[in-house]
Design a protein around this ligand. Structure first.
Ligand code: ARG
Length: 566
């Protein structure tokens, strides 16, 4: 594909000797609207060297470039040189590339030989997997797909919350009141009940707290009964979680959660000691972070048990040694900003030069329209229920709109779940948002169903027009404004994917494919596509094919499927 920006830089470089190509490239801008050109180059930096005013320089440069075949027009506007891409070159170049890449358009090998860890989802076992977990799960899955698409070797890790004093409580509670069969039949609810009961009774009975501590210590020390109970709780919880992952079509490469690091903690503590970082404070051991304006990092409690922070430090070191990551990303709510800042600082103080390759990717809160979500108040909305409700509601809509559709159930699942994912990935991560059923499931406006529907419409056009992709397409027949607009958006897609990766923001892709869908529908309404003229039909269908292909790729980077019919 012709990279027009590179062509701009090449032309400029021929005239500007004293600047390096990278510097010129950094100066090239994308103007706010297309009537100011596709690229603009400001000449202020040249004034001193050329001993002329920026306006004159811009004018002279523009004149030199006016004959170049890649640009239909190069002109100056004051001190800027504005480049207008040759549209037929653009259309031909991008549509050929999409055809040649055969579904992989936008992918790259820029990540070759680099490993990126994407840690996401990471729910706590024996606790509900609730709507609050949707964000980390969905954003993380998308990032994992984006990095993979750009050639990185990715490792998706579910850092399960499967360790800590609360398991001492659960074991005690189970030994007092638990019934295996009851729990097996409804694991999370029943375990939650045990946990809540234990907490409320322990309020009046301090010995219960000691008992819980005792059982956690036993677990840490490998007591068989404790370990077996814990293992069982972990297994049944994971079984529950996996139902959601299956619905979302999410797979992890590793479920090494907090417990996995229990035997790797002594090493961390020794290392901290040797490096002179560990201090006593009220019987506990800490790393002082006051010089960095943070509260101390708690490494070890007075009873010897380790903490969340210690496990994160151990996990990062383990991951570096095991995977030699280029980046280690943590898709975790912004409430944990301080936690991440703090332990990453500890890693840095330990002298690890890769400390800042560990990056917290924070996000804001999701709430329901009737108030915020809270596990403590017992108003738990299970993620699985939300997903199922979306599928059921979509099934009803399909029943009304298209009762004869084949594979109705499968499509309802793809569209219902797609709608939730799309909504979730529509905004900047850090923004809080309110979950709204009507907006999510609507087939109009900037929604998942709208984009999926556009994809299905394109698919059926290709079928109706009996389109065969081959080399005999006269791209020169595509030249209307609507055709140019789609092509331009398709041309920009690879850059959008790279931006999404650079900023860890899947929503760039979400918004871009909405724009493609809108441009496509505008074209569809303005232009007869299945016309008698065979060549014309073929060229228009090749644009349909290209839009369809890129929409599908974009959706898949968000973790959303693209049904052929809806
Ligand atoms: N299990 C934690 C929670 O539900 C999230 C874990 C985040 N990851 C980490 N490495 N600390 O809040």
């Amino acid at each position: 594909m012709i990279i027009f920006k590179d062509e701009v830089v090449k032309l400029l470089k021929n005239q500007i000797d004293f600047l390096k190509e990278e510097d010129i490239s950094a100066l090239v801008e994308v103007p706010p609207s297309y009537d100011m050109g596709d690229y603009a180059f400001p000449t202020f930096r040249l004034a001193k060297e050329f001993k002329k005013s920026p306006n004159i320089i811009a004018e002279e440069l523009a004149n030199k470039f006016s004959e170049d075949e890649n640009f239909e027009k190069v002109e100056n506007a004051g001190p800027y040189v504005n480049f207008f891409i040759n549209k037929s070159k653009l259309i031909e170049s991008v549509l050929r590339e999409i055809k040649d890449k055969n579904g992989d358009y936008g992918s790259s090998d820029m990540g070759q030989d680099k490993t990126v860890i994407v840690e996401f989802s990471s729910p706590n076992i024996a606790k509900p997997f609730h709507i609050g977990h949707i964000r980390t799960t969905v954003i993380g899955n998308s990032l994992n797909r984006i990095y993979k698409f750009l050639g990185y070797n990715t490792i998706a890790i579910n850092h399960l919350g499967d360790y800590g004093t609360q398991f001492g409580m659960l074991i005690s509670a189970y030994k007092k009141w638990g019934d295996r069969e009851v729990i097996e039949s409804n694991p999370i609810q029943e375990l939650l009940k045990l946990y809540v009961r234990f907490n409320s009774e322990a309020e009046n009975d301090t010995s219960m707290r000691d008992e819980a501590r005792h059982w956690f210590k036993e677990l840490e020390d490998g007591n068989i009964e404790a370990v077996e109970l814990w293992q069982w709780i972990r297994d049944i919880s994971l079984r529950e979680f996996n139902r959601v992952y299956d619905l979302l079509n999410i797979k992890f490469d590793s479920y090494a959660g907090e417990s996995f690091y229990s035997d790797k903690m002594p090493r961390v503590i020794n290392e901290l000691k040797e490096k002179g970082l560990l201090e006593e404070s009220k019987g506990a051991q800490i790393v002082d972070l006051e010089p960095y304006g943070m509260p101390p990092a708690l490494i070890r409690k007075s009873d010897g048990s380790t903490l969340y922070t210690t496990r994160d430090i151990a996990a990062a070191i383990y991951r570096k040694e095991t995977y030699n990551f280029h980046k280690n990303l943590y898709v975790v709510a912004s409430q944990q900003n301080l936690h991440f800042k703090s332990w990453i600082k500890v890693i840095e103080l330990m002298g690890y030069d890769w400390a800042n390759d560990c990056q917290h990717i924070p996000f804001g809160m999701v709430s329901l329209e009737d108030g915020t979500l809270s596990t403590r108040k017992g108003r738990v909305v299970f993620l699985e229920d939300v997903l199922k409700k979306a599928v059921e509601s979509t099934a009803k809509i399909i029943e009304e709109r298209n009762p004869n559709l084949e594979n109705k159930e499968e499509v309802a699942k793809q569209v219902g779940i797609g709608a939730i994912l799309f909504q979730e990935l529509f905004n900047q991560r850090i923004k809080d948002y309110v979950f709204n059923w009507d907006r999510t499931l609507s087939f109009d406006g900037e929604t998942g169903p709208y984009v999926q529907y556009t994809h299905a419409r394109a698919t059926s056009l290709l079928e109706k027009g009996e389109f065969q992709i081959d080399d005999n397409i006269d791209y020169g027949l595509l030249n209307t404004e609507d055709e140019i607009n789609i092509s331009r958006l398709l041309y920009d897609f690879p850059r959008v994917v790279i931006d999404a990766c650079d900023k860890n923001e899947p929503y760039f892709i979400t918004r871009h494919i909405v724009e493609i869908a809108k441009a496509f529908n505008k074209f569809y309404n303005s232009t007869p596509i299945i016309v008698d003229d065979v060549e014309l039909r073929k060229s228009r269908l090749s644009l349909v094919y290209s839009a369809k292909t890129v929409i599908k790729t974009g959706l898949s980077l968000l973790g959303i499927e693209a049904p052929l019919k809806m």
